[in-house]
Design a protein around this ligand. Structure first.
Ligand code: TXA
Ligand code: MG
Length: 317
């Protein structure tokens, strides 16, 4: 792949207008959402979507999430089930992705769905993401803006480090607030199923639909086609549930421990989610070869954090 000039755009009207023009020409634009930075392309343009896969080095069987402005746009592309309507009105805009039956002939590229008859959609809760959707006036397919398998980006600098020279532009909207990807819920079955833990905790989803959602038992078994076991990987090895660090390890702590890096000294899971990828990027930057991570409670946002850490610790292909 030949290297191209990656423009850094400001998150104002001018920057968003340029970004929308790039998308219209079939280019790739990274932009902030409340979860992580997405790598966007026009979801109706086969060639543009293909270039997302190429830039990320992403296996082509792995479908993408489509970002839209509002529920009207969701209903244009998908059948809204009853459960989906409840979840949508409670959590959109926000860090929730719904997998819904895709309507026929609505123009979404088959490369977006990898040939599935369902579509993963979400309405992001971020002024810059929303501004870009408004300026572009169309559906934006966007996976996280990182090389496939590596740590997700929560700042424009992370995107530059991973994808500079491979994408047309990055809209710099600062650090992402939530810090872990959206929760993915499959609403095509009678009981909704959580395909990926994320920014909306399972407890909040259950309270909304009035029943416990089905959850994957073993994160090593891929539920969502893209749930590869090894993912979110820093360059160093990762050891989980570490009560201390061995001499050769760098300790990534949680709570009141004497560690050089700490996801949240006050054991706040929201803070830990927001800092997770940033700290993993920092550990890469200092060349940490072995990382030992403190135990993280497995409730609320802790589930999304543990899901990402388990994949970061999984054997690499
Ligand atoms: O927060 C997020 O969700 C971020 C921001 C940019 O929106 N996006 C993101 O996308 O994390 P990505 O591509 O890294 O993850 C998308 C996941 C993959 O695991 C993929 O397999 C799953 O969504 N997915 C996409 N379409 C699907 C479908 N029709 N059925 C089941 N899973 C699907
Ligand atoms: Mg990703």
């Amino acid at each position: 792949m030949t290297s191209i000039q990656t423009a850094i755009l400001t998150p104002d009207t001018d920057g968003l207008r340029i970004a929308a023009d790039v998308l219209r020409r079939g280019g790739l634009v990274a932009f902030p959402t409340e979860t992580v930075y997405g790598l966007g392309a026009d979801a109706r343009d086969d060639a543009a979507v293909a270039s997302i896969y190429a830039a990320k080095g992403r296996p082509s069987f792995n479908p993408l999430i489509v970002h839209v402005r509002d529920i009207d746009a969701v209903s244009h592309y998908c059948e809204m089930t009853k459960q989906a309507q409840k979840l949508a009105s409670a959590f959109w805009p926000g860090p929730l992705t719904l997998v819904l039956p895709l309507k026929e002939d609505v123009g979404i590229s088959k490369l977006v769905t990898a040939g599935l008859k369902t579509l993963a959609v979400r309405i992001p809760d971020h002024s810059v993401g929303q501004g870009l959707l408004a300026a572009f006036e169309g559906p934006i397919a966007a996976p996280s803006a990182n090389p496939s398998g590596r740590i997700s980006p929560t700042t424009a600098a992370h995107v530059v480090a991973g994808l500079s020279g491979k994408i047309d532009a990055i809209v710099d909207g600062g650090a992402c607030g939530v810090g872990v990807e959206s929760t993915i819920v499959d609403c095509t079955q009678s009981v909704p199923t959580i395909l990926r833990a994320g920014g909306i905790p399972a407890e909040a989803l259950a309270a909304c639909v009035g029943e416990t959602l089905v959850e994957p038992v073993d994160p090593a078994v891929p539920m969502s086609p893209g749930q590869l076991a090894s993912h979110y990987a820093p360059k160093g090895t990762v050891r989980l549930n570490a009560r201390y660090a061995e001499a050769h390890e760098t300790w990534l702590g949680f709570g009141d421990v004497d560690a050089p890096f700490n996801l949240s000294p006050s054991a706040d899971l929201t803070e830990a989610a927001a800092k997770l990828f940033e700290i993993l990027h920092q550990l890469d930057a200092i060349g940490a070869a072995h990382i030992a991570v403190s135990p993280i409670p497995n409730h609320g946002l802790g589930r999304a954090i543990n899901d990402r850490l388990k994949r970061a610790a999984a054997p690499r292909p």
